[in-house]
Design a protein around this ligand. Structure first.
Ligand SMILES: Cc1cc2nc3c(=O)[nH]c(=O)nc-3n(C[C@H](O)[C@H](O)[C@H](O)COP(=O)(O)OP(=O)(O)OC[C@H]3O[C@@H](n4cnc5c(N)ncnc54)[C@H](O)[C@@H]3O)c2cc1C
Length: 495
């Protein structure tokens, strides 16, 4: 994987840059020591590692603004970072870039029940938001499986999803406002406690912008009242096709479950070995369907989903009888990634999305690919959303195996696009899917997206090397003209 060539001149200035940053944030919040920097060298896409130039941990929005202003004035790249759980390499540091870690922004600022929202700092973990309000009967709906660790700032940057997003929407549907610092140090507020945006939907633009447009320093999130009842069904099927059929028929019947997740046999075995959720072992696919709402509605929906599942050939069905049992049903699914991590030294987690009705075909072709590449794959999916998470197992110690896993992953994502889906569901593009962007977008589409980037960050200092497969200087966008084989701006790193 190619990244922009680091600027040796900036690396040579490491100590001077650190000294300047110590003039902005408390001295202890600037990390130059090599051992301490190493803690930040990767995110959850551990196949790639780069030591950051310097790590800086600001504590106030004014400090963030001053750090960005300094970096802007001195042409220094900046990589924002939350908890570093990105699976697409979004928080991968740059050798010539300041890593701006938001860990000290860890306070819930204001809980406002009349407006059903909370103002939180970006370094607050996703789960901590729900923990802060659950005693009063509220929760924050998007629930990535990494919610114990990942931050709301990272969730905003990646437009993260989770089990409950089928019914309650992704991060973008649950964020009402942000405070953002632009690369030149301007502090702006987009949205707020009110419902409608005042002009263009810039908030919608920022959610999912992967740290390329600005640094989020505050988030206003929507709070929902906890449903009166929630119950889950654990349904075994003889094949993933039968499970997929049940998903499609349930949604077609007008039922939107609170969560609808599927695992294939390798994932079921791995999850069961890890959390002992008492999953059925005599099935090829397992569907977890959660129904929530008033008691009578849940009773009715459980029966309807049960009937649909039987008609689709379900081989077993169990209903949770307590909140503890429901949590146990989910525990295996939520721990599926670490569970697969016990089966193989390394794995790549893919994140394509397909139209629900293409699931059987995609699974069959993925099995063929798995045989062709000689690599095992376990499948976990947000079945209701058509968002697939194939986990490709490999051993980086075996020469060439990482590359084989990457090619396998690329083929899966290309297949997702081929069947009418998209490259990413919720993990972002980062570096992982960057070079596949042309599979989905034309050169003109990509230029158009980069023009938006140029409005916010004309010098491409914020998180460069991520999302866009080719660097363009903002001035050349749309004017790239190759004359006699000579490209303009030959000094610009292209990868
Ligand atoms: C075991 C496991 C399970 C996971 N399950 C899910 C899941 O179910 N659903 C899901 O959507 N994701 C999942 N993820 C992926 C990951 O947790 C999410 O993408 C999460 O939102 C990243 O948050 P973070 O705080 O770790 O951000 P980081 O990894 O630190 O950064 C992610 C991106 O956000 C940017 N960023 C971070 N903070 C800011 C900020 N304040 N301002 C601007 N940009 C910022 C970074 O530059 C980077 O591009 C999982 C990851 C793991 C390891």
């Amino acid at each position: 994987m190619k990244m922009p060539i680091p600027d040796a001149g900036v690396i040579d200035r490491r100590l001077a840059i650190a000294e300047a940053l110590r003039g902005i944030v408390p001295a202890d919040n600037v990390i130059v020591d090599e051992d301490a920097r190493r803690a930040y060298e990767t995110d959850a896409l551990t196949a790639y590692r780069t030591m950051p130039l310097v790590v800086v941990l600001p504590e106030t929005v004014e400090q963030v603004a001053a750090v960005l202003k300094y970096c802007h004035a001195n042409g220094i790249k900046v990589v924002p970072r939350g908890a570093g759980t990105s699976l697409s390499g979004g928080a991968l540091p740059l050798a010539d870039g300041v890593l701006l870690a938001m860990a000290k922004f860890n306070r819930v600022l204001d809980v406002d029940y009349p407006n059903r929202c909370a103002r939180v700092q970006p370094g607050v973990t996703n789960l901590a938001i729900t923990k802060a309000v659950e005693g009063d009967g509220f929760y924050y709906a998007p629930d990535p499986s990494s919610q114990i660790a990942c931050t709301i700032g990272g969730n905003v940057a990646e437009n993260s999803g989770g089990v409950h997003c089928l019914k309650y929407g992704l991060t973008t549907n649950n964020v009402l406002g942000v405070e953002l610092v632009t690369i030149d140090g301007e502090i702006v507020r987009l949205g707020g406690k009110h419902l409608d945006s005042e002009a263009y939907d810039l908030l919608g633009l920022i959610v999912g912008s992967e740290g390329l447009l600005g640094v989020v320093t505050e988030v206003t999130v929507r709070l929902l009242p906890k449903p009166e009842t929630a119950r889950a069904l654990l349904i075994g099927f003889p094949s993933s096709e039968a499970g997929g059929d049940c998903v499609a028929k349930t949604i077609a019947a007008g039922i939107i479950p609170g969560g609808m997740e599927m695992m294939d046999k390798p994932a079921i075995i791995a999850a069961e070995d890890f959390v002992h959720a008492d999953y059925p072992m005599d099935c090829e696919a397992l569907l977890i369907v959660e129904l929530d709402g008033p008691e009578a509605e849940v009773d009715h929906l459980i029966d309807r989903v049960g009937d649909i599942a039987k008609a689709c050939g379900a081989t077993s069905m169990r209903q949770s009888s307590s909140d503890e049992e429901r949590a146990l049903f989910w525990a295996g699914r939520k721990a599926a990634f670490p569970a697969v991590g016990r089966l193989s030294p390394d794995y790549l987690c893919m994140d394509g999305t397909i139209p629900r009705n293409r699931l059987p075909e995609v699974l069959t072709r993925m099995t063929e690919m798995s045989n062709r590449y000689g690599l095992r794959v376990a499948n976990v999916f947000h079945a209701g959303d058509g968002n697939l998470h194939p986990l490709i197992m490999y051993d980086a110690n075996n020469p060439g195996e990482l590359e084989r896993a990457e090619n396998f992953g690329a083929d899966i994502l290309k297949l997702c696009v081929e069947v009418g889906g998209v490259l990413t569901g919720e993990h972002g593009v980062g570096v992982e899917k960057r070079d596949l962007m042309p599979e989905m977008f034309t050169e003109e589409d990509l230029k158009q997206q980069q023009r938006v980037k140029c409005v916010f960050d004309p010098d491409a200092l914020l998180n460069p090397g991520k999302v866009f497969p080719q660097l363009h200087r903002c001035a050349e966008l749309g004017r790239m003209h190759i004359h006699k084989g000579q490209i303009p701006f030959p000094d610009l790193p292209r990868f």
